[in-house]
Ligand binder design. Structure first.
Ligand code: MEV
Length: 320
């Protein structure tokens, strides 16, 4: 038993957030920002979690953990991993992530996935990806109630995936070299769980109106997957704009998001939409590589943080 370090990527949903929670297909890509988690067995029975990003450390008693702590989901992922392995140890866990939190980029899922991998390795076990993703999914339920499973799937497998709740995922074969993904922060954090619940309440109140929108979102994701694999990024951009319209219709856009989306389109992006739960967080713009600089400059005038990211092929990995 030793200290083990694992990492997992964040993600950007290109098509189908929210609609995926109710069984429609969605498309997401892993991006070149990673969460890193180190785990080390210790003699004391407690689990100590520290976060370099939050600048906090907390001890958890596995029998009666402080569930209100922002670090509790990490301790919970560690406990679930040990239950899966049929063992129980004290652990020291250190988290350091370059994925912006509460931004729609799958930071909590990437941390959960990397935690499961690091804890298993620290205890001398190798877990298959399917089990890592499943345990992280259980941990994610604590963070946002009714996750679809797309975030932990992308963090585990990397690349570009088409995902459908209950059915699993397909790896898409896409050559992203002609395009860039530019992300811009609204500067407003949001809570995924609350937004998911709000959308589900709207659907429950007006099922006749919302169901056709969900169906349209699903068709849109299927069509977009074809266009991506064909390399028709003009069409992908148009479909992203349509997808953004559907997300506005279900109430998860904001004035700040609209401003960034329109600025990106006016600066030459092929398409732009909110990504993740909405209500704040980031927008994603798809641009031809040669136009990315112009889109970045336009967004930098409005946003506190603009990131140009590439698609990351590799999912969870053991670093040491
Ligand atoms: C969050 O990244 C995406 C949502 O669709 C929720 C989920 O899929 O679990 C809003």
């Amino acid at each position: 038993m030793r200290e083990a370090l694992a990492s997992a990527p964040g993600k950007v949903i290109l098509f189908g957030e929210h609609f995926v929670v109710e069984g429609q297909p969605a498309i997401a890509v892993a991006v070149s920002l990673r969460a890193r988690v180190a785990a080390r067995p210790v003699d004391e029975p407690r689990i100590t979690v520290s976060s370099a990003n939050l600048g906090v450390q907390q001890d958890f008693d596995p029998q009666s953990p402080d569930r209100s702590s922002p670090l509790y989901p990490i301790a919970h992922a560690a406990v679930l991993t040990m239950e899966e392995l049929g063992t129980r140890r004290g652990l020291q866990i250190r988290v350091n992530s370059s994925i912006p939190p509460a931004a729609g980029m799958g930071s909590s899922a990437a941390v959960a996935v990397a935690t499961v991998r690091a804890v298993a390795a620290a205890l001398g076990h190798d877990l298959e990806k399917e089990r890592i993703s499943r345990i992280a999914f259980e941990a994610e339920k604590l963070v946002h109630g009714k996750p679809s499973g797309i975030d932990n799937t992308v963090a585990t497998y990397g690349g570009a995936i088409a995902y459908r709740r209950g059915e699993g995922f397909l790896e898409l074969e896409v050559d992203f070299s002609p395009v860039s993904l530019v992300l811009a922060d609204t500067g407003k954090p949001r809570r995924t769980g609350e937004l998911v619940q709000r959308v589900l309440s709207l659907k429950a109140a007006f099922p006749q109106v919302l169901e056709p929108l969900y169906y349209a979102a699903g068709r849109l994701a299927v069509e977009a997957a074809k266009m991506m694999e064909r390399g028709d990024f003009e069409a992908v951009g148009v479909l992203m704009n349509v997808n953004h319209g559907l997300l506005s219709a279900i109430g998860v856009s904001t004035a700040e998001i609209e401003q960034l989306v329109y600025a990106a389109r006016q600066a030459g992006a092929l398409g732009a939409k909110l990504t993740g739960a909405g209500g704040g967080g980031f927008i994603v713009a798809l641009c031809r590589r040669e136009d990315a600089g112009r889109v970045v400059s336009a967004l930098e005038r409005l946003s506190p943080r603009v990131l140009a990211v590439s698609v990351e092929k590799e999912g969870v990995r053991l670093e040491s």
